[in-house]
Design a protein around this ligand. Structure first.
Ligand code: SF4
Ligand code: SF4
Length: 385
C-alpha cells in the first residue's frame, strides 16, 4: 500500500498554531507522562512524528487529537520545549478545517483578518436586521422587548438559525466519523452503536476523561464553560423557543423572549443563573491564564482562542446587564443592550458552532464513542471467530 507524503504539512500546520514541534527529538517522554495516552491510542509523540513525516492522511484518520484535553502535562515534561500539548491543539484546529466541507473553517483558522471581518459582517448584519425590522413604536414606559421585536418573529429567526447550524455541525461530524472509521462505519451493526450510545452522553456531559489529568482545575473550567453553554442552548433553543410546548410538557405558555420575569425560585431562572456564573467564571479564568501565561495550556494563544473567549464573555456580560435593566424596568437601555447582545451572541454561534471551538464539543465525545464502538465490535468478532 502506497503512503502519500505531504511535504508542506509542517508549514500548513504552522498556520493552525503549530510552533516548536521541530525541536522534538522523539524521546517519548510526553507519551509516557500523558495520563490519557493508552497502549491502543498512544499520543502525542506519534502525532508529532506523523507531522514531521508529512503523513497528512494518517493525522486525518487519527482519533488521538480528540483524546487530548490539553492539560499541559506533556509540555511541562518535554526536555526540548517542543510544546507537544500545543501541537495537539494545532492538529485539532487542522482537523476541524479538514472535516468542514465548506472551507470556511480553514479560512477562519488561518487568517486573523478573515476571522475579524467574518465576525464584524455577521454582527453588522444582525444589528441592521434588528434596526430595520421592528414593530411600530416601542413601549417607552416599560422595558417590553416584545413591543419592539415580536417574540414570534425572533423565534422563527432562532429556529432557522438552529436548523442551519445543526445541519452544518452534523455534516462535519459525519465527516469526522467517516475519516476515522472508513468503511467500518457502515459495517458495524446498528445494535452496537445503540448499546454504546451511553458513552456519547456520558463523555459529552461530564468530560470524564479530562478529570484523569493532573490539573483538576483545568477540567473544572472546561466543564463549567461546556455545561454553562449547553444550559443556555437548552434554555434558548428548547425551553424558551417553545420546545416543551411542542411535546406537551410546558407548565405555561412560553416564548423565545419573555417580558415577564420568572420568580427567583423558578427552575428556568435558577438554570439561567447557573449558566451565567459557569460561563463567566470559566472564561475569566481562561482569559487571566492566557494573559499570565504560567500554565502550559495558556502559554500559546491562537487568534481564535481569544476571539472565542471575548465573544463568549461579551455575550454573558451583555446578558447580565439586560437582566438588570429589565429588573429596573429601563426601556431604552434594555433595547440598546439587546441589540448589542445579539450582535455578539449570533456571530459567536454562527461561526464557532460549526466551524471552530464549539465544534470540538461534538467531535471529542463522538470520537470516544466510536473508539468504544470499534472495541465492542472487535470483541464480538473475536467471540464468533
Ligand atoms: S515532544 Fe518533547 S517529550 Fe515528546 S517526544 Fe518530542 S522531545 Fe520528547
Ligand atoms: S496536553 Fe495532556 S492530554 Fe494532551 S497530550 Fe499532553 S498530557 Fe496528554
Amino acid at each position: 500500500m502506497s503512503i502519500k507524503v505531504d511535504p508542506n504539512l509542517m508549514k500548513d500546520l504552522r498556520h493552525f498554531g503549530l510552533k516548536d514541534a521541530d525541536k522534538c527529538m522523539h524521546c517519548g517522554n510526553c507519551t509516557a507522562v500523558c495520563p490519557l495516552s493508552t497502549e491502543d491510542n498512544p499520543f502525542p509523540r506519534k502525532l508529532i512524528k506523523y507531522a514531521h513525516m508529512g503523513l497528512a492522511d494518517k493525522i486525518l484518520k487519527s482519533p488521538e487529537p480528540w483524546l487530548c484535553y490539553y492539560c499541559g502535562d506533556c509540555s511541562d515534561n518535554c526536555p526540548r520545549g517542543a510544546e507537544p500539548g500545543e501541537a495537539m491543539m494545532a492538529m485539532r484546529r487542522y482537523l476541524t478545517s479538514k472535516y468542514d466541507w465548506t472551507g470556511f473553517a480553514r479560512k477562519f483558522y488561518t487568517s486573523e483578518t478573515f476571522e475579524i471581518i467574518a465576525v464584524a459582517i455577521v454582527a453588522i448584519f444582525v444589528g441592521l436586521a434588528l434596526m430595520l425590522f421592528h414593530a411600530g413604536s416601542p413601549n417607552m414606559e416599560h422595558a417590553h422587548l416584545n413591543s419592539v421585536w415580536p417574540a414570534s418573529a425572533i423565534e422563527i429567526a432562532d429556529l432557522i438559525m438552529a436548523a442551519i447550524l445543526t445541519f452544518l455541525l452534523l455534516s462535519n461530524t459525519y465527516r469526522c466519523a467517516r475519516f476515522q472509521m472508513g468503511d467500518l462505519l457502515f459495517k458495524i451493526p446498528l445494535g452496537i452503536y445503540i448499546r454504546q450510545a451511553k458513552e456519547l452522553v456520558i463523555h459529552f456531559l461530564t468530560q470524564k476523561r479530562f478529570s484523569e489529568c493532573t490539573d483538576k482545575m483545568q477540567w473544572l473550567v472546561h466543564l463549567l464553560i461546556m455545561t454553562g453553554y449547553s444550559t443556555v442552548f437548552l434554555l434558548v433553543a428548547v425551553f424558551l423557543a417553545g420546545g416543551l410546548e411542542v411535546i406537551g410538557l410546558a407548565w405555561e405558555p412560553i416564548a423565545f423572549q419573555r417580558d415577564v420575569i420568572y420568580p427567583i425560585y423558578h427552575p428556568m431562572r435558577l438554570l439561567g443563573y447557573y449558566a451565567t456564573f459557569a460561563i463567566f467564571y470559566g472564561t475569566t479564568y481562561a482569559m487571566i491564564g492566557r494573559i499570565r501565561k504560567k500554565k502550559a495550556p495558556y502559554k500559546n494563544s491562537h487568534g481564535t482562542d481569544w476571539m472565542f473567549l471575548i465573544l463568549l464573555q461579551l455575550t454573558t456580560l451583555t446578558g447580565i446587564l439586560i437582566h438588570f435593566t429589565r429588573l429596573l424596568d429601563w426601556p431604552m437601555p434594555t433595547y440598546t443592550l439587546y441589540v448589542i447582545h445579539l450582535m455578539v451572541a449570533v456571530p459567536m454561534l454562527v461561526l464557532e458552532v460549526p466551524f471552530a471551538k464549539w465544534a470540538h464539543l461534538a467531535f471529542r465525545p463522538v470520537t470516544i464513542f466510536l473508539i468504544k464502538v470499534r472495541e465492542a465490535y472487535q470483541k464480538e468478532m473475536q467471540t464468533f471467530a
